[in-house]
Design a protein around this ligand. Structure first.
Ligand code: ZN
Length: 331
């Protein structure tokens, strides 16, 4: 058997994936440990067809065996309005009034247009043929071809750990938990010239511009999703003189280190307040109830968060001196 062809659907015939989409929803339900019943309202009509209509652009790639559809990948480019950020669909297993992150993360700099690798499925008997990689590759190529869209999400329903691992291997990084973990979202950032991000095999480099120019304008730049950081989150913050974050916060797992680059202000932990200025470095344990304020001068600070207790070796224990040389070293 196996006379496999892969076709990009250009005639709008999405109906050919009706059965496959319904199978995917049933498969996700069978894997789910959180609210499997929520999948009962998901089917071809509510998921693929509605999304195909609603999105700015969409691409459906179908795998056929002897002209019969056996798998597909469906991707979209969507506009994210403010309403979308807090939107909770009917099927979301969320209690009324519960505050959860939805389909989109609560980043300050979430772009207006985002890509989504929405659905990937092929039947069991076609596993082990590299179809998953091939389809993800085609979806990513299409998503990356939009010059005004540099970020793509993929949503993995709970319990589908194999799929999550596959996406991580394909260059996605964890983004956020949707509806309290019912869905896990991962993201991938495409090369973006205007933000000056460069990606290499073993590195990512970005330039956020000058602190007093570019950062002052933006207020905050988060580095994790731009640099694909896997062990920490780093934010660069500019708080004008006299201003402050209007709430006190703590963390569940992460220890934070605040590094004051310039300016001066006040810091509070668990009700205790102290002055900070250029050169102040403050570690706060996850449970610490913290707040920060700029006083007489604008405050520029970097905040690094990483899971408390996760560091098991550092510097001399972890570093390896190598024989290779940089061009500026004498050989
Ligand atoms: Zn924090």
């Amino acid at each position: 058997m196996a006379n496999i062809t892969i076709e990009i659907v250009t005639d709008g015939n999405i109906e050919q994936c009706r059965d496959l989409c319904n199978e995917l929803m049933a498969f996700q339900k069978s894997k789910a440990t959180i609210a499997p019943e929520a999948f009962d309202s998901m089917n071809f009509d509510t998921r693929l067809k509605s999304s195909f209509k609603r999105s700015l652009h969409s691409q459906l790639v179908v795998v056929k065996d002897d002209e019969k559809p056996v798998g597909y990948v469906f991707s979209t480019i969507d506009r994210v309005s403010d309403g979308d950020k807090s939107y909770i669909p009917d099927w979301a297993p969320v209690k009324i009034g519960e505050k959860v992150v939805g389909l989109y993360p609560d980043w300050d700099d979430l772009p207006e247009k985002v890509g989504c690798l929405s659905q990937l499925y092929f039947r069991d008997e076609y596993r082990g043929m590299g179809l998953g990689s091939k389809l993800i590759g085609m979806a990513m190529e299409w998503l990356g071809s939009f010059p005004d869209c540099d970020l793509a999400f993929v949503y993995i329903s709970n319990g589908n750990d194999d799929a999550y691992d596959l996406y991580l291997r394909k260059g996605f990084v964890y983004s956020h938990d949707v509806f309290g973990g019912f869905i896990k979202a991962a993201c991938h950032r495409f090369k973006n010239d205007k933000e000056d991000i460069k990606m290499g095999k073993n590195y990512d480099v970005m330039n956020i511009g000058t602190f007093k120019g570019n950062l002052a304008e933006k207020g905050r730049v988060m580095a994790r999703q731009k640099l694909n950081l896997t062990g920490s989150e780093i934010s660069f913050n500019y708080t004008p003189s006299g201003q402050y974050t209007p709430f006190v916060h703590a963390h569940k797992l992460n220890e934070e280190v605040y590094i004051v680059v310039s300016g001066s202000g006040k810091f509070m932990v668990d009700g205790e307040e102290f002055a900070i200025q250029e050169g102040s470095i403050i570690r706060v344990a996850p449970a610490g109830e913290r707040a920060i304020k700029a006083e007489n001068e604008d405050l520029v600070y970097i905040c690094i968060q990483a899971q408390a207790g996760s560091l098991t070796q550092a510097t001399n224990d972890d570093g390896i001196i190598l024989e290779s040389k940089a061009s500026w070293m004498e050989s």
